[in-house]
Design a protein around this ligand. Structure first.
Ligand code: NAD
Ligand code: UGA
Length: 357
């Protein structure tokens, strides 16, 4: 196994990457993040070197990257509550800063695995082109394919799309570096990974508005209503973060299959509305604690304007085609959403819950 540079190693995906990769003594990882709060258990490992602080402020960054065989770039602001409220920071993080890593990889001749997002697809063809917004059930109007599907972002004043637009430009920049400067790249488009250590629980681990998993987990722990933005009718497919990391392991193990390609990573079998997610999380909390009271927590409707502020828009649906990952990497996601949520909520309740599991 090669030496790996991991930018954003202290975040949700990064922490799971370290769990999976550092167990192999033949792997060496150089990791960068602001803080090591989520990865304290890995700091003493002989095959891991951690560089705290701002990635872009480190004088020896390029020298360190040059000692690695592959650069995995996760570092980004990727929290929807900031896309319309801190769009300058979001564009800076997801394009202007991220491109510095791509440029360095092109200069150094390093393979870059860049995490992009399912959000680059924007809203579905069904949303834009059919009266019911559902495409009359025609998969060609809502499935998202790496090579075929157009990228349909909303108007500029819908600042929600600042993140998707910056990631899309980063993808195009990397592709151009490949064509004109010979950069070897892999672009990963994640479709809503789930698992322990995602974001922060407001009031317990940080302040602000995290992604939906942490919002609902926090509400369950506090026995408060679960807020459904615009009725919770948006749909998502969810993938276990451990299975996403396995796909990454396969990419690194099979460079000839992974290089110079774009991959969707998601689990089409795990689709639900956000209302369905809230109901399942209530049910799961009741099951793991043995307390039926969780079934009765209310689901309250809140408008997007009230919840996120002006300029928020939503992705209506995200249904990945994953044939490429199946065929080229021989990767098969199999964990169902109930099992993913059981593992994730057990972890949260074990750490923070009123009930000791
Ligand atoms: P995360 O916020 O948990 O992790 C990102 C990490 O990068 C954080 O720990 C943050 O501190 C670090 N970071 C950002 N800028 C930095 C800087 N300048 N200096 C040092 N550290 C910095 O996010 P995540 O969920 O692990 O996502 C990782 C990547 O995957 C992101 O690029 C995101 O856009 C992409 N992605 C994730 C998902 C998902 O389901 N989790 C979905 C789509 C895309
Ligand atoms: C996320 C983020 O943009 C990125 O982390 C990532 O790039 C992207 O998914 C992806 O997988 O590609 P989104 O799924 O919209 O986008 O983020 P969440 O905050 O998890 O919201 C999911 C849905 O739940 C949205 O419809 C949102 O309005 C809703 N929501 C959120 C609620 O109904 N209640 C809440 O308390 C929070």
């Amino acid at each position: 196994m090669p030496n790996i540079a991991l930018l954003g190693c202290g975040g949700f995906i990064g922490s799971h990457f370290l769990d999976a990769f550092l167990a192999d003594p033949d792997v060496r990882v150089e990791g960068w993040d602001w803080t090591p709060a989520k990865i304290m258990g890995h700091l003493g490992r002989p095959n891991f070197r951690f560089h705290p602080g701002n990635i872009y402020g480190q004088a020896d960054l390029e020298e360190r990257l040059s000692g690695c065989d592959v650069v995995v770039s996760l570092a980004a602001i990727c929290n929807p509550s900031q896309y319309n409220t801190k769009a300058l920071d979001v564009i800076d993080s997801n394009f202007i800063q991220a491109r510095l890593i791509a440029d360095a990889c092109a200069r150094l001749g390093k393979w870059l695995i860049q995490f992009s997002t399912s959000e680059v697809y924007g809203q579905t063809l069904a949303h834009w082109a059919t009266a019911d917004g559902q495409g009359n059930g025609d998969p060609a109007l809502y499935e998202m394919d790496e090579e075929e599907t157009p990228l349909l972002l909303g108007p500029v004043a819908s600042q929600r799309w600042s993140y998707a637009c910056a990631k899309q430009l980063l993808e195009r920049w990397i592709y151009a570096l490949h064509k004109e400067k010979g950069l070897d790249f892999t672009i990963v488009r994640p479709f809503n990974f789930l698992g322990p250590r995602m974001d922060f629980l407001p009031g317990r681990e940080g302040e602000g508005l995290p992604r939906v998993l942490a919002c609902f987990t926090s509400a369950l722990l506090d026995r408060k209503p679960l807020p459904l933005v615009d009725g919770g009718s948006a749909r998502r497919t969810f993938l276990a973060v451990e299975e996403a990391v396995e796909a990454l392991r396969l990419m690194i193990a099979k460079p000839a299959m992974a290089r110079n390609r774009i991959f969707n990573l998601g689990n089409p079998a795990n689709e639900t509305t956000i209302r369905g997610l809230a109901e399942l999380m209530r049910r799961t909390a009741a099951e793991i604690t043995g307390d039926p009271g969780y079934h009765d927590l209310p689901l309250t409707d809140v408008s997007a304007l009230e919840f996120y502020g002006e300029g928020y828009a939503d992705s209506d649906r995200r249904m990945p085609r994953i044939d490429k990952a199946l065929n080229l990497l021989d990767w098969r996601p199999s964990m169902g959403l109930p099992e993913i949520l059981r593992r994730t909520l057990e972890d949260a309740f074990r750490t923070h819950g009123p009930v000791r599991l």
